[in-house]
Design a protein around this ligand. Structure first.
Ligand SMILES: [Zn+2]
Length: 123
């Protein structure tokens, strides 16, 4: 079983000791296990969408020391990835604009020439 990284109060039964874990597979999503509810277990609760992940993150009480570093490392890693992606997007946009600017300028010049000739012909 994945280590307990925190606790949440189970929204289904009010058990304050539902344990939060992190998936090992890609995505490393959070989930919680409620096996000590007043009416028996709720089970393993996976809410893998962004809203569910946000709920766990906002409501969990992290276990001291346990995975704190990993969580920080993850956040730092994601921030780096975001920054890289932003730079890539920025570069791509820059290239596209350069290309479009060059071609657009050419087309505009060609259009001006044609327009000028037409105007000249009608006058
Ligand atoms: Zn429960």
């Amino acid at each position: 079983m994945n280590p307990t990284i925190g606790y949440v109060t189970c929204p289904h039964c009010g058990n304050q000791g539902a344990t939060v874990h992190r998936e090992k597979r890609a995505g490393k999503r959070l989930y919680y296990r409620c096996y000590d509810g007043p009416a028996g277990e709720c089970g393993t609760v996976q809410i893998r969408g962004p809203g569910g992940q946000a709920w766990i993150t906002a409501n969990m009480r992290p276990v001291e020391g346990e995975e704190q570093d990993a969580a920080v490392e993850d956040a730092a890693h994601e921030a780096r990835e975001d920054a890289r992606e932003e730079i890539r997007t920025e570069r791509r946009r820059h290239h596209q604009e350069q290309r479009r600017g060059g071609l657009g300028a050419l087309l505009r010049r060609a259009g001006d020439v044609i327009l000028n000739e037409q105007e000249g012909g009608e006058a």
